[in-house]
Design a protein around this ligand. Structure first.
Ligand SMILES: Cc1cc2nc3c(=O)[nH]c(=O)nc-3n(C[C@H](O)[C@H](O)[C@H](O)COP(=O)(O)OP(=O)(O)OC[C@H]3O[C@@H](n4cnc5c(N)ncnc54)[C@H](O)[C@@H]3O)c2cc1C
Length: 253
């Protein structure tokens, strides 16, 4: 985002060719007049005000004072930055979905078909019910993640929760926006209502700042670490089965 109009770029660059991925990146502030050129501004499905493009660095000389943090700290900085970045995607998706659902609910209370308000058809009002439940579930997850970040900072557990919040809230916004369009019928597909634009915008959130698949990668990784690293708890449900002691029946390979 911002390639078209930004004056300042935050750039991750490999500064240690042979180093480990975690410690070979460094972060720099690069100003446009240091040699940044926009090679192509992309045509986009949505978020068209963002000016996303491909930039190239032409003989760009960046002074050492523009290094952020220590050399090789790029990985650490990235992990830290992805917390507010992904929480913003999650919370933004939540706010957007809430407004879209209001538009759909109000419309369904005014639009009539077969002599009745369309909200009197369960095919319509149950979409509203599903959507508000989805929004509230996402809201709870986003709030729990934010509380966890406030309380514990960047830990494995908060990384998992933030990734869950980002994935759940952005996918929820896609579902809710799609339902809103369905409730509005044909007019929802036009630019008389803002639903078509919201639908195009919502699609990006499942891709940027880490795709849903990358969120899954983090979620499962952190969860496995938690579960496999757990000490035996007081309650061991596995041992509760009547024939749990038949070790010879537990064949894993
Ligand atoms: C409009 C727009 C604005 C953007 N703005 C910015 C910006 O300001 N700053 C910035 O840094 N980036 C920005 N991006 C880039 C964005 O963050 C990336 O496009 C996104 O993270 C996905 O990376 P990729 O495009 O390289 O996809 P790829 O990594 O090539 O992924 C392609 C597909 O493969 C899947 N995949 C990849 N690896 C795995 C894996 N290990 N397991 C399972 N599936 C996998 C992905 O989930 C995806 O479905 C922007 C992108 C867009 C479209």
């Amino acid at each position: 985002m911002g390639a078209e109009g930004a004056d300042i770029f935050l750039v991750y660059a490999k500064t240690d060719e042979k180093g480990k991925p975690q410690t070979s990146l460094s972060v720099f502030v690069v100003e446009r007049d240091m040699g940044v050129e926009v090679k192509h501004v992309y045509g986009l499905l949505g978020t068209r005000g963002g000016g996303a493009g491909r930039i190239i660095f032409k003989n760009a000389k960046v002074p050492a004072e523009n290094l952020i943090g220590a050399e090789g700290a790029g990985g650490l900085i990235f992990n830290q930055m992805m917390i507010p970045e992904r929480m913003t995607s999650a919370a933004g998706a939540l706010g957007g979905a809430r407004e879209l659902l209001k538009i759909a609910a109000r419309y369904s209370d005014r639009r009539k078909a077969f002599g009745q308000k369309i909200r009197s058809f369960q095919g319509v009002s149950f979409k509203v019910a599903d959507s508000i439940m989805d929004i509230d579930a996402a809201s709870a997850l986003v709030h729990a993640s934010a509380k966890s970040v406030d309380a514990y900072g960047s830990t494995g557990m908060t990384r998992r929760l933030v990734s869950e919040a980002k994935r759940y809230a952005t996918e929820m916004a896609w579902r809710v926006t799609n339902s809103a369009m369905q409730i509005l019928g044909g007019i929802g597909y036009t630019n008389i209502y803002p639903v078509e634009r919201a639908l195009r915008d919502a699609r990006l959130a499942m891709i940027w700042t880490g795709t849903s698949e990358i969120m899954n990668l983090i979620i499962q990784h952190e969860y496995y670490k938690e579960v496999l690293g757990e000490k035996a708890s007081i309650m061991d449900l596995e041992a509760d089965a009547p024939e749990a002691d038949k070790e010879e029946e537990k064949i894993y390979e």
